[in-house]
Design a protein around this ligand. Structure first.
Ligand SMILES: Cc1ncc(COP(=O)(O)O)c(C=O)c1O
Length: 451
């Protein structure tokens, strides 16, 4: 635990003085220098097993040689010629790939942007224009991004909203089914599901006319809310409800897409076919790219210039994305993620038997949340435990974070090996033990802010 952090601490001070605090949710003074696979190294030469994947953006692992090669090769030929005015091959190659791997046996089209946030904004515009209806439904405690449209869809953080209004009008938030913290204690997952569907039905018959609703935006697993996995029944009933009312269903895959759950897209775990998927983060292994694959008719008549960005779908980002899809496919990362994810979850479930503190273990594939509580009956979130354990794990050579105040976030690059995960899990268990024994000082709470 006696690591040299000299350069890290100095650079953190410099950064703090000159960059905007509005973009910073720090956990510890980690200044990243290099990354390979599931391991990163800081500027002082300390190595960490990465359980965060740069917020779920690096599914193929840091600097995967095939992705690096694709970027270099494309950058030598052409970095950008805007697709707004011209055409280029990498965007066509990527579009064909996305159409092939995305759910839905229907004709599709794709639009691009620069990140997950603007992909959501584009999807709002697309839905409103196509349906000629103004209203949108999204979910309480969802996170869709930081642009005004995406922020208006979101509902998980007060500081994110406070003082920023007016937001986009006609966006309505409804409850997301959380089986661990149900609206009424003791409800079964099916009852939670029915409660949330009934809530929407009630809204439709009282204050949100269904025939004015263009689309429902849903994360197949609510990521920043703490990896809340909805009952399968809910997504299936939601699909039916949308169909009954001519409403589009969009699966927001920015965090759960590109193999994170052991399938190409999170929604596939629920046997539901959405009308569009919204993409970002891992699509280009870290280069800025986002977009949306949708039923073609949603875009067939969409007039220019309704939604475009100069650098959206740049040749370099598209080449990186084609390589990313190739790596996930050729290295069997979907199967690896499903198998390794199941064993990681089982190990946390074993820990849960030992530590009262672990209230819930949930997730699919390598998208696992470990919810820490003060009391298993009340399920009160244990923020102090999450912060101290994440900090101690960092001291032990892991990049472990938490969100929603209490949920340890286990989202390593999908290339992480079983051996690396075994080491990581041992260190997490030691950190939990340290917390339980009162061996982590309160002073660490000054450093960890967390999501
Ligand atoms: C589910 C989800 N949607 C959208 C976003 C926004 O993506 P970006 O920050 O790349 O714009 C995020 C980012 O955390 C996310 O988790």
């Amino acid at each position: 635990m006696t690591r040299n952090l000299e350069k890290c601490l100095k650079l953190v001070e410099e950064d703090r003085a000159i960059t905007s605090p509005a973009a910073k949710v720090p956990y510890y003074p980690l200044v990243v220098k290099k990354g390979r696979g599931a391991v990163i190294e800081d500027v002082d030469g300390n190595a960490y097993i990465d359980l965060l994947s740069s917020a779920g953006a690096i599914n193929t692992g840091h600097c995967h040689p095939r992705v690096v090669e694709a970027i270099k090769k494309q950058a030598e030929d052409l970095i950008l010629y805007t697709h707004v005015y011209m055409y280029h091959e990498p965007i066509i190659d990527l579009t064909k790939e996305l159409i092939a791997i995305s759910p839905g046996d229907y004709r599709k089209r794709v639009f691009y942007g620069l990140c997950g946030s603007d992909a959501n904004d584009g999807a709002i515009k697309m839905a409103r224009t196509y349906k000629k209806r103004p209203k949108i439904l999204s979910f309480i405690r969802s996170y869709h991004g930081s642009t005004y449209g995406a922020l208006s869809l979101s509902g998980v953080s007060l500081p994110m909203h406070r003082g920023l209004g007016p937001l986009l009008p006609e966006i309505y938030h409804v409850p997301y089914p959380d089986p661990y913290r149900p609206p009424v204690p003791g409800m079964s997952p099916d009852q939670v599901s029915d409660y949330c569907i009934d809530y929407i039905r009630t809204a439709f018959s009282n204050h949100i006319p269904a025939d004015e609703v263009a689309a429902v935006f849903i994360e197949p697993i609510q990521g920043d809310a703490g990896l809340v996995v909805p009952p399968k029944k809910f997504l299936q009933d939601l699909r039916k409800l949308c169909d009954e009312n001519g409403i589009l269903l969009f699966s927001e895959e920015v965090q759960q897409g590109f193999g994170r759950t052991g399938k190409w897209f999170g929604i596939e775990n629920f046997d539901v076919v959405p009308d569009a998927i919204i993409l970002g983060k891992a699509i280009a292994s870290g280069l800025p790219l986002g977009g949306c694959v949708a039923r073609a008719e949603l875009m067939d008549e969409w007039e220019a210039p309704s939604h475009l960005f100069t650098a959206a779908g740049s040749p370099v980002c598209c080449a990186a994305a084609v390589a990313t899809i190739g790596v996930i496919r050729d290295e069997n990362l979907l199967q690896h993620t499903a198998e390794l994810g199941a064993s990681v979850k089982a190990r946390f479930e074993e820990m849960q038997k030992k530590y009262e503190l672990i209230g819930d273990v949930r997730g699919i594939g390598l998208s696992i949340g470990v919810d820490l509580v003060k009391n298993r009956d009340t399920r009160e979130r244990h923020r102090e435990a999450a912060a101290k354990i994440a900090y101690r794990a960092w001291e032990k050579g892991l990049l472990l974070s938490f969100f929603s105040g209490s949920v340890l976030r286990i989202q390593p690059p999908l290339v992480v090996t079983k051996e690396q995960m075994d080491v990581a899990l041992d260190r997490i268990e030691e950190s939990i033990e340290d917390f339980v024994k009162g061996r982590i000082p309160d002073s660490v709470l000054e450093t960890v802010k967390g999501w």
